[in-house]
Design a binder for this molecule. Structure first.
Ligand code: AMP
Ligand code: MG
Length: 402
Protein backbone atom coordinates (compact mmCIF):
# COMPACT_ATOMS: atom_id res chain seq x y z
CA UNK A 1 0.00 0.00 0.00
CA UNK A 2 1.30 3.47 -0.88
CA UNK A 3 1.73 5.29 2.42
CA UNK A 4 2.91 8.55 0.88
CA UNK A 5 0.44 11.32 0.46
CA UNK A 6 0.50 13.28 -2.79
CA UNK A 7 0.59 16.57 -0.95
CA UNK A 8 -0.44 19.86 -2.55
CA UNK A 9 0.06 23.47 -1.44
CA UNK A 10 -2.54 25.20 0.66
CA UNK A 11 -3.38 27.57 -2.21
CA UNK A 12 -3.97 24.62 -4.57
CA UNK A 13 -6.17 22.92 -1.98
CA UNK A 14 -8.17 26.09 -1.43
CA UNK A 15 -8.49 26.55 -5.20
CA UNK A 16 -9.85 23.00 -5.51
CA UNK A 17 -12.29 23.56 -2.64
CA UNK A 18 -13.63 26.70 -4.31
CA UNK A 19 -13.81 25.07 -7.73
CA UNK A 20 -16.02 22.20 -6.56
CA UNK A 21 -18.27 24.32 -4.35
CA UNK A 22 -21.85 24.51 -5.57
CA UNK A 23 -22.98 28.13 -6.01
CA UNK A 24 -25.48 29.83 -3.72
CA UNK A 25 -29.20 29.07 -4.05
CA UNK A 26 -31.33 32.21 -3.59
CA UNK A 27 -34.41 32.45 -1.40
CA UNK A 28 -36.58 35.38 -0.33
CA UNK A 29 -37.01 35.91 3.38
CA UNK A 30 -38.49 38.64 5.61
CA UNK A 31 -35.93 41.35 6.31
CA UNK A 32 -36.33 40.96 10.06
CA UNK A 33 -34.90 37.45 9.75
CA UNK A 34 -32.03 38.57 7.54
CA UNK A 35 -29.22 39.38 10.01
CA UNK A 36 -26.54 36.70 9.78
CA UNK A 37 -27.64 35.70 6.27
CA UNK A 38 -25.72 36.43 3.07
CA UNK A 39 -27.31 38.61 0.39
CA UNK A 40 -27.72 36.95 -3.00
CA UNK A 41 -28.67 40.15 -4.82
CA UNK A 42 -27.82 43.82 -4.38
CA UNK A 43 -30.27 45.83 -2.30
CA UNK A 44 -31.08 48.93 -4.38
CA UNK A 45 -32.52 52.21 -3.08
CA UNK A 46 -36.07 52.55 -4.43
CA UNK A 47 -36.14 56.22 -3.48
CA UNK A 48 -33.84 59.00 -2.33
CA UNK A 49 -32.89 58.69 1.33
CA UNK A 50 -33.62 60.63 3.54
CA UNK A 51 -35.98 61.94 0.85
CA UNK A 52 -36.09 65.56 2.06
CA UNK A 53 -33.49 68.17 2.97
CA UNK A 54 -33.21 68.19 6.74
CA UNK A 55 -31.35 69.84 9.55
CA UNK A 56 -28.76 67.81 11.44
CA UNK A 57 -28.70 70.19 14.44
CA UNK A 58 -31.11 72.16 16.60
CA UNK A 59 -30.85 75.70 15.25
CA UNK A 60 -32.08 78.34 12.86
CA UNK A 61 -32.61 77.74 9.16
CA UNK A 62 -31.14 80.67 7.27
CA UNK A 63 -29.83 81.88 3.95
CA UNK A 64 -26.08 81.41 4.31
CA UNK A 65 -25.44 84.79 2.60
CA UNK A 66 -27.23 86.53 5.46
CA UNK A 67 -24.59 85.32 7.92
CA UNK A 68 -21.49 86.38 5.97
CA UNK A 69 -19.01 88.14 8.25
CA UNK A 70 -21.09 87.53 11.42
CA UNK A 71 -19.14 87.47 14.70
CA UNK A 72 -19.52 88.10 18.45
CA UNK A 73 -18.92 91.82 17.98
CA UNK A 74 -21.09 92.16 14.90
CA UNK A 75 -23.79 89.48 14.88
CA UNK A 76 -26.13 89.12 11.91
CA UNK A 77 -29.66 90.13 12.90
CA UNK A 78 -32.43 87.91 11.56
CA UNK A 79 -36.14 87.91 12.34
CA UNK A 80 -37.51 84.58 13.55
CA UNK A 81 -40.71 83.86 11.65
CA UNK A 82 -41.64 80.47 13.06
CA UNK A 83 -40.82 76.95 14.13
CA UNK A 84 -40.69 73.73 12.10
CA UNK A 85 -42.55 70.83 13.72
CA UNK A 86 -41.12 67.33 13.35
CA UNK A 87 -42.67 65.05 10.77
CA UNK A 88 -44.72 67.88 9.27
CA UNK A 89 -44.09 68.03 5.53
CA UNK A 90 -46.86 70.56 4.89
CA UNK A 91 -45.16 73.32 6.85
CA UNK A 92 -45.92 76.66 5.10
CA UNK A 93 -42.78 78.17 6.62
CA UNK A 94 -40.16 79.64 4.37
CA UNK A 95 -37.02 81.69 4.81
CA UNK A 96 -36.36 84.91 2.94
CA UNK A 97 -33.45 87.37 3.22
CA UNK A 98 -33.29 88.79 6.72
CA UNK A 99 -35.43 86.07 8.31
CA UNK A 100 -34.87 82.67 9.93
CA UNK A 101 -36.97 79.74 11.16
CA UNK A 102 -36.25 77.52 14.16
CA UNK A 103 -35.71 73.91 13.11
CA UNK A 104 -35.02 70.94 15.42
CA UNK A 105 -32.59 68.13 14.54
CA UNK A 106 -34.16 66.07 11.74
CA UNK A 107 -36.74 68.73 10.88
CA UNK A 108 -37.52 69.63 7.25
CA UNK A 109 -35.41 72.51 5.98
CA UNK A 110 -37.92 75.29 5.13
CA UNK A 111 -38.14 76.50 1.56
CA UNK A 112 -35.66 79.27 0.80
CA UNK A 113 -33.16 78.22 3.49
CA UNK A 114 -29.82 76.67 2.51
CA UNK A 115 -28.06 76.25 5.88
CA UNK A 116 -28.70 75.95 9.60
CA UNK A 117 -26.97 77.89 12.41
CA UNK A 118 -26.64 75.93 15.64
CA UNK A 119 -28.61 77.38 18.56
CA UNK A 120 -25.36 77.55 20.56
CA UNK A 121 -24.04 80.13 18.08
CA UNK A 122 -26.98 82.47 18.50
CA UNK A 123 -28.63 84.73 21.06
CA UNK A 124 -32.27 85.76 20.95
CA UNK A 125 -33.90 89.04 21.79
CA UNK A 126 -37.67 88.96 21.34
CA UNK A 127 -38.33 87.73 17.82
CA UNK A 128 -34.83 88.70 16.70
CA UNK A 129 -32.03 86.15 16.45
CA UNK A 130 -28.41 87.27 16.74
CA UNK A 131 -26.20 84.97 14.67
CA UNK A 132 -22.60 85.07 15.93
CA UNK A 133 -20.92 82.76 13.40
CA UNK A 134 -21.22 82.61 9.64
CA UNK A 135 -22.43 79.39 8.03
CA UNK A 136 -21.61 78.13 4.56
CA UNK A 137 -24.16 77.04 1.97
CA UNK A 138 -25.31 73.52 2.92
CA UNK A 139 -23.83 73.65 6.42
CA UNK A 140 -25.67 71.49 8.99
CA UNK A 141 -28.04 70.25 6.29
CA UNK A 142 -28.41 66.69 5.00
CA UNK A 143 -29.57 66.77 1.39
CA UNK A 144 -32.54 64.67 0.28
CA UNK A 145 -30.34 62.13 -1.56
CA UNK A 146 -27.18 62.46 0.46
CA UNK A 147 -27.48 59.10 2.22
CA UNK A 148 -28.60 57.10 -0.85
CA UNK A 149 -29.75 58.27 -4.25
CA UNK A 150 -32.60 56.32 -5.86
CA UNK A 151 -31.03 53.39 -7.78
CA UNK A 152 -27.85 53.28 -5.68
CA UNK A 153 -26.61 50.02 -4.16
CA UNK A 154 -27.40 50.09 -0.45
CA UNK A 155 -26.01 46.64 0.37
CA UNK A 156 -24.07 44.53 -2.15
CA UNK A 157 -24.66 40.87 -2.96
CA UNK A 158 -22.28 38.65 -1.00
CA UNK A 159 -22.49 40.71 2.16
CA UNK A 160 -23.39 39.02 5.43
CA UNK A 161 -26.16 41.13 6.91
CA UNK A 162 -25.13 42.74 10.19
CA UNK A 163 -27.37 44.26 12.87
CA UNK A 164 -26.44 47.71 11.50
CA UNK A 165 -27.52 46.58 8.03
CA UNK A 166 -30.91 45.58 9.47
CA UNK A 167 -31.38 49.22 10.48
CA UNK A 168 -30.45 50.44 6.99
CA UNK A 169 -32.78 47.87 5.37
CA UNK A 170 -35.63 49.11 7.54
CA UNK A 171 -34.88 52.76 6.77
CA UNK A 172 -34.98 51.97 3.07
CA UNK A 173 -38.33 50.25 3.35
CA UNK A 174 -37.22 46.70 2.56
CA UNK A 175 -39.48 44.06 4.06
CA UNK A 176 -38.11 41.11 2.04
CA UNK A 177 -34.56 40.31 0.94
CA UNK A 178 -32.97 37.70 -1.32
CA UNK A 179 -30.38 35.68 0.54
CA UNK A 180 -28.48 32.45 -0.02
CA UNK A 181 -30.19 29.35 1.33
CA UNK A 182 -28.23 28.04 4.29
CA UNK A 183 -26.18 25.13 2.98
CA UNK A 184 -26.78 21.87 4.84
CA UNK A 185 -23.42 20.36 5.78
CA UNK A 186 -23.30 16.77 6.97
CA UNK A 187 -20.83 15.73 9.66
CA UNK A 188 -19.72 12.13 10.11
CA UNK A 189 -17.19 11.17 12.78
CA UNK A 190 -15.15 8.06 12.17
CA UNK A 191 -13.10 5.93 14.51
CA UNK A 192 -13.49 2.67 16.46
CA UNK A 193 -12.27 4.50 19.58
CA UNK A 194 -14.94 7.21 19.51
CA UNK A 195 -17.91 7.31 21.87
CA UNK A 196 -20.69 9.91 22.08
CA UNK A 197 -20.43 12.86 24.47
CA UNK A 198 -22.90 11.29 26.89
CA UNK A 199 -20.89 8.07 27.26
CA UNK A 200 -18.13 7.34 29.75
CA UNK A 201 -15.14 6.28 27.68
CA UNK A 202 -13.78 2.79 28.34
CA UNK A 203 -10.06 2.03 28.10
CA UNK A 204 -8.65 3.44 24.87
CA UNK A 205 -11.83 5.30 24.01
CA UNK A 206 -12.33 9.06 23.57
CA UNK A 207 -15.44 11.19 23.27
CA UNK A 208 -16.29 12.64 19.87
CA UNK A 209 -15.11 16.22 20.21
CA UNK A 210 -14.97 17.06 16.53
CA UNK A 211 -18.62 16.76 15.55
CA UNK A 212 -19.88 19.38 18.05
CA UNK A 213 -16.90 21.63 17.32
CA UNK A 214 -17.38 21.47 13.55
CA UNK A 215 -21.15 21.92 13.94
CA UNK A 216 -20.67 25.00 16.12
CA UNK A 217 -18.28 26.57 13.65
CA UNK A 218 -20.58 25.85 10.69
CA UNK A 219 -23.55 27.31 12.49
CA UNK A 220 -21.66 30.46 13.32
CA UNK A 221 -20.59 30.79 9.70
CA UNK A 222 -24.21 30.60 8.47
CA UNK A 223 -24.69 26.92 7.57
CA UNK A 224 -26.99 24.20 8.87
CA UNK A 225 -24.88 21.38 10.33
CA UNK A 226 -26.46 17.93 10.22
CA UNK A 227 -24.92 15.28 12.44
CA UNK A 228 -24.78 11.65 11.34
CA UNK A 229 -23.14 10.27 14.45
CA UNK A 230 -20.10 8.08 14.81
CA UNK A 231 -19.20 5.35 12.37
CA UNK A 232 -16.75 2.56 12.99
CA UNK A 233 -13.70 2.06 10.80
CA UNK A 234 -15.61 -0.52 8.77
CA UNK A 235 -16.52 -0.19 5.18
CA UNK A 236 -20.19 -1.09 5.54
CA UNK A 237 -21.10 1.32 8.36
CA UNK A 238 -19.07 4.07 6.73
CA UNK A 239 -20.83 3.55 3.39
CA UNK A 240 -24.23 3.41 5.04
CA UNK A 241 -23.72 6.75 6.79
CA UNK A 242 -22.46 8.34 3.59
CA UNK A 243 -25.38 6.95 1.55
CA UNK A 244 -27.80 8.45 4.07
CA UNK A 245 -26.05 11.83 4.14
CA UNK A 246 -25.47 12.32 0.41
CA UNK A 247 -29.08 13.01 -0.67
CA UNK A 248 -29.69 15.20 2.40
CA UNK A 249 -26.63 17.49 2.29
CA UNK A 250 -24.98 20.10 0.11
CA UNK A 251 -21.52 19.06 1.35
CA UNK A 252 -20.17 16.47 3.79
CA UNK A 253 -17.33 16.67 6.28
CA UNK A 254 -15.88 13.41 7.55
CA UNK A 255 -13.61 13.56 10.54
CA UNK A 256 -10.86 11.05 11.18
CA UNK A 257 -9.48 8.25 9.07
CA UNK A 258 -8.12 10.67 6.50
CA UNK A 259 -4.50 9.52 6.68
CA UNK A 260 -2.99 6.46 5.03
CA UNK A 261 -3.00 3.93 7.85
CA UNK A 262 -4.61 0.58 7.04
CA UNK A 263 -7.66 1.58 9.07
CA UNK A 264 -8.02 4.89 7.26
CA UNK A 265 -10.72 4.28 4.74
CA UNK A 266 -12.02 7.74 3.99
CA UNK A 267 -10.07 8.24 0.76
CA UNK A 268 -10.85 4.73 -0.53
CA UNK A 269 -14.54 5.09 0.16
CA UNK A 270 -14.79 8.50 -1.50
CA UNK A 271 -12.86 7.15 -4.49
CA UNK A 272 -15.22 4.15 -4.62
CA UNK A 273 -18.26 6.25 -5.43
CA UNK A 274 -16.73 9.53 -6.56
CA UNK A 275 -13.28 11.07 -6.90
CA UNK A 276 -10.49 12.12 -4.57
CA UNK A 277 -9.02 15.41 -5.80
CA UNK A 278 -6.60 16.13 -2.98
CA UNK A 279 -5.11 13.76 -0.44
CA UNK A 280 -2.62 15.58 1.72
CA UNK A 281 -1.90 19.30 2.05
CA UNK A 282 1.42 20.95 2.95
CA UNK A 283 -0.15 22.41 6.08
CA UNK A 284 0.72 21.84 9.71
CA UNK A 285 -1.30 20.84 11.55
CA UNK A 286 -3.71 19.23 9.14
CA UNK A 287 -1.62 17.42 6.54
CA UNK A 288 -3.88 14.36 6.22
CA UNK A 289 -6.80 16.22 4.66
CA UNK A 290 -8.89 14.93 1.78
CA UNK A 291 -10.89 16.90 -0.75
CA UNK A 292 -13.19 14.83 -2.88
CA UNK A 293 -16.62 14.80 -4.37
CA UNK A 294 -19.35 12.32 -4.93
CA UNK A 295 -21.99 13.21 -7.55
CA UNK A 296 -21.15 16.93 -7.32
CA UNK A 297 -21.37 16.93 -3.52
CA UNK A 298 -18.06 18.05 -1.98
CA UNK A 299 -16.89 15.46 0.53
CA UNK A 300 -13.96 16.45 2.73
CA UNK A 301 -11.95 14.27 5.06
CA UNK A 302 -10.65 16.21 8.04
CA UNK A 303 -7.88 15.05 10.34
CA UNK A 304 -9.02 13.47 13.60
CA UNK A 305 -7.03 15.62 16.03
CA UNK A 306 -9.42 18.38 17.04
CA UNK A 307 -6.79 21.14 16.78
CA UNK A 308 -5.83 19.97 13.29
CA UNK A 309 -9.47 19.70 12.27
CA UNK A 310 -10.09 23.25 13.44
CA UNK A 311 -7.18 24.70 11.47
CA UNK A 312 -8.38 22.88 8.35
CA UNK A 313 -11.89 24.23 8.94
CA UNK A 314 -10.57 27.79 8.99
CA UNK A 315 -8.12 27.48 6.13
CA UNK A 316 -9.75 25.06 3.68
CA UNK A 317 -13.41 24.50 4.58
CA UNK A 318 -14.12 28.19 5.14
CA UNK A 319 -13.49 29.15 1.47
CA UNK A 320 -15.71 26.22 0.38
CA UNK A 321 -18.70 27.27 2.45
CA UNK A 322 -18.09 30.96 1.74
CA UNK A 323 -18.46 30.14 -1.95
CA UNK A 324 -21.59 28.05 -1.26
CA UNK A 325 -23.08 31.04 0.51
CA UNK A 326 -21.99 33.43 -2.24
CA UNK A 327 -20.15 35.31 0.46
CA UNK A 328 -17.64 37.86 -0.67
CA UNK A 329 -14.55 36.30 0.85
CA UNK A 330 -13.75 38.35 3.86
CA UNK A 331 -10.25 37.67 5.14
CA UNK A 332 -9.86 36.09 8.54
CA UNK A 333 -9.82 38.71 11.27
CA UNK A 334 -6.26 39.49 12.29
CA UNK A 335 -4.52 41.73 14.75
CA UNK A 336 -0.91 42.92 14.86
CA UNK A 337 1.29 41.68 17.69
CA UNK A 338 4.93 41.26 18.64
CA UNK A 339 6.21 37.72 18.78
CA UNK A 340 7.22 36.71 22.32
CA UNK A 341 9.48 33.75 21.45
CA UNK A 342 11.30 32.38 18.41
CA UNK A 343 9.20 29.94 16.40
CA UNK A 344 11.14 27.44 14.30
CA UNK A 345 9.32 26.10 11.28
CA UNK A 346 9.98 23.42 8.73
CA UNK A 347 10.40 24.77 5.21
CA UNK A 348 7.96 23.42 2.67
CA UNK A 349 4.82 23.48 4.78
CA UNK A 350 2.49 26.26 5.76
CA UNK A 351 2.39 26.20 9.51
CA UNK A 352 -0.32 27.51 11.82
CA UNK A 353 0.97 28.08 15.33
CA UNK A 354 -1.45 28.61 18.18
CA UNK A 355 -0.68 31.71 20.23
CA UNK A 356 -1.96 33.44 23.33
CA UNK A 357 -2.18 37.22 23.06
CA UNK A 358 -1.23 39.29 26.09
CA UNK A 359 -0.77 43.06 25.94
CA UNK A 360 0.14 43.01 22.28
CA UNK A 361 2.61 40.12 22.69
CA UNK A 362 1.87 36.82 20.95
CA UNK A 363 3.10 33.87 23.03
CA UNK A 364 3.23 30.57 21.14
CA UNK A 365 1.28 27.79 22.85
CA UNK A 366 3.38 24.76 22.10
CA UNK A 367 2.01 21.35 22.93
CA UNK A 368 1.99 17.79 21.77
CA UNK A 369 -0.21 16.92 18.87
CA UNK A 370 -3.65 15.90 20.09
CA UNK A 371 -3.81 18.13 23.17
CA UNK A 372 -7.17 19.78 23.61
CA UNK A 373 -5.99 22.40 26.09
CA UNK A 374 -4.03 24.32 23.44
CA UNK A 375 -7.35 25.17 21.78
CA UNK A 376 -8.53 26.85 24.96
CA UNK A 377 -5.24 28.41 26.06
CA UNK A 378 -4.72 30.10 22.69
CA UNK A 379 -6.80 32.82 21.16
CA UNK A 380 -5.37 32.87 17.71
CA UNK A 381 -3.01 31.50 15.11
CA UNK A 382 0.10 32.76 13.40
CA UNK A 383 0.57 31.64 9.83
CA UNK A 384 4.12 30.83 8.82
CA UNK A 385 4.41 30.63 5.01
CA UNK A 386 5.75 27.46 3.43
CA UNK A 387 8.98 29.13 2.30
CA UNK A 388 9.87 30.45 5.75
CA UNK A 389 12.15 28.70 8.26
CA UNK A 390 10.67 30.36 11.29
CA UNK A 391 9.97 33.67 12.95
CA UNK A 392 12.17 35.59 15.37
CA UNK A 393 11.26 36.86 18.79
CA UNK A 394 10.37 40.55 18.59
CA UNK A 395 9.14 40.45 14.99
CA UNK A 396 5.76 41.86 14.10
CA UNK A 397 3.19 39.20 13.29
CA UNK A 398 -0.46 39.10 12.20
CA UNK A 399 -2.48 36.95 14.57
CA UNK A 400 -5.59 35.31 13.11
CA UNK A 401 -8.13 35.63 15.90
CA UNK A 402 -10.38 32.69 16.66
P1 AMP B 1 -7.33 9.76 12.80
O1 AMP B 1 -7.37 11.02 12.02
O2 AMP B 1 -8.55 8.94 12.64
O3 AMP B 1 -6.07 8.99 12.50
O4 AMP B 1 -7.24 10.18 14.32
C1 AMP B 1 -6.17 10.93 14.84
C2 AMP B 1 -6.38 11.18 16.31
O5 AMP B 1 -7.51 12.00 16.49
C3 AMP B 1 -6.60 9.94 17.14
O6 AMP B 1 -5.97 10.12 18.39
C4 AMP B 1 -8.11 9.92 17.30
O7 AMP B 1 -8.53 9.22 18.46
C5 AMP B 1 -8.43 11.37 17.40
N1 AMP B 1 -9.79 11.63 16.93
C6 AMP B 1 -10.33 11.22 15.78
N2 AMP B 1 -11.59 11.62 15.65
C7 AMP B 1 -11.87 12.32 16.77
C8 AMP B 1 -13.01 13.00 17.25
N3 AMP B 1 -14.14 13.03 16.52
N4 AMP B 1 -12.95 13.62 18.44
C9 AMP B 1 -11.81 13.58 19.16
N5 AMP B 1 -10.69 12.98 18.76
C10 AMP B 1 -10.70 12.34 17.60
MG1 MG C 1 -9.33 7.20 13.14
Amino acid sequence: MNRFLQVVDVSDAVGTAIRIAPGPVPEEIPADQAPGRVLCADVIAGEDIPGFDRSIVDGFAVRANDTAGAGDAAPALLRNTGRVSMGDPESPLSVTNGTCVYVPTGGVLPAGADAVVMTEQTDTAGDMVLVKRPVAHGENVLMHDEDYRRGAVILPAGRRISPQDAGVLAASGRTMVTVAKKPVIGIISTGNELVPVSATPGPGQVRDANAPMIAAWLQEFGCIPRLYGIVRDERSSFEQALAKALPECDAILLSGGSSKDDRDMTAGIIAGSGEVLVHGITIAPGKPTIIGRIKNIPVFGLPGHPASAYVVLLVVVRPLVARMLGKTETPLVTTRATLGTNIPSQKGREEYVRVRLENGIAHPVFGKSGLLNTLVLSNGLIRIPAGCEGLEQGSTVDVILW
